[in-house]
Design a protein around this ligand. Structure first.
Ligand code: PBG
Length: 323
């Protein structure tokens, strides 16, 4: 065929490159994770996540307005729980006046159009830093699902649009769906962290929430990074149990899984570009070794190209600015 086929013709100018581009990013597909803390006028930078902050509710208000103005429509809420409120069963997670419940109401009062997703897991509330109730060094599955289901209902009651269980207990999507239906929250969605790996990339997030496991690791519930079939099994089950959106987490190292899942399911697929992925780009850029914005856009584009419909990313604001 050469030289009749010259692929470079389609790359000559930005006009033609953008005409034939196969993947485009839009703020509509981005989800903004937010870290919330108690107090007033608090905006604390997270040491291992330069440029990312924990906000108290009063300052979060401004941040929500700012995000909305930039075209961002979805936030994923996480709370940093004071140590004295942590216990083994995550009792504080069910407090109707807890930080998460107040945060949901605040966001909805500030910008009712903002779509609110809430993290459903015990770790920020757990004195052990685990995603489940601990007994004799083990993470109990079914009693944890009980608490998660009540937690989801509590978030729905406060006004959450979607709950996002990030714990990886078996059967939790079914438990949560049942509980939501029983309480009449038919329209509250579930975005399941369905293929969530036991990854070393979550380190900075655990700094942000002070939620590192006090003993052991999370390998008895989060997935082995070596596994591919298991990701499909988890995802199929979560859909059967009632998940509206499924998720793969982390992002970059797991784009093969994203592609597998995108090809085999019909629900929207979200990808979480996690804290360690954010930190790596920040650190390399700080050293002057990588071009921050270029790498950020390239990674987000690659995640979308792999099959993500939704990207949860700490770069959301930054990306929206550049689009
Ligand atoms: C915990 C949870 C984690 C993240 C989201 N929810 C950490 C963990 O599983 O230990 C990680 C997000 C990130 O690293 O950005 N339920």
């Amino acid at each position: 065929m050469y030289p009749l086929r010259r692929n470079r013709r389609l790359r000559t100018t930005e006009a033609i490159r953008s005409m034939v581009r196969e993947t485009t990013l839009s703020p509509a597909n981005l989800m903004v994770p937010l870290f919330i803390t108690e107090g007033k006028q608090v905006k604390e930078e997270i040491a291992s996540m330069p440029g990312y902050y924990r906000y108290s509710l009063d300052l979060l208000k401004k941040e929500i307005q700012d995000l909305y103005q930039r075209g961002l429509r979805s936030v994923l809420l996480f709370v940093k729980v004071p140590d004295n409120l942590k216990d083994n069963k995550g009792t504080e997670a069910l407090n109707p006046d807890g930080l998460m419940q107040r945060a949901i109401k605040m966001v909805k009062e500030t910008v009712p159009e903002m779509h609110v997703y809430t993290d459903v897991a015990l770790d920020p509330y757990s004195s052990y830093g685990h995603d489940g109730i601990v007994e004799n060094g083990k993470i109990l599955n079914d009693p944890t699902v009980e608490v998660l289901s009540q937690m989801a209902v509590s978030h729905a009651r406060a006004g959450a649009d979607f709950v996002a269980p990030s714990d990886m207990m078996d059967g939790r999507i079914y438990g949560i769906r049942q509980a939501l239906e029983t309480e009449g929250f038919y329209d509250t969605g579930i975005m399941s962290y369905s293929a969530k790996y036991a990854s070393a990339f979550y380190g900075p997030f655990r700094d942000a929430l002070d939620s590192a496991p006090g003993f052991g690791d999370k390998k008895t519930y989060q997935m082995d990074p070596a596994n591919r079939m298991e990701a499909l099994r988890e995802t199929f089950m979560d859909i059967e149990e009632g998940a509206d959106i499924v998720m793969v987490k982390p992002g970059l190292c797991y784009l093969d899984i994203v592609r597998d899942i995108r090809e085999q399911v019909t629900v929207p697929v979200a990808v979480y570009q996690v804290s360690g992925e954010y930190a790596m780009i920040k650190a390399a850029a700080e050293k002057g070794w990588l071009d921050h914005d270029a790498v950020m856009m390239e990674q987000a584009t690659a995640i979308k190209r792999a099959g993500a419909d939704i990207i949860a990313t700490y770069f959301a604001k930054n990306i929206a600015e550049l689009l």
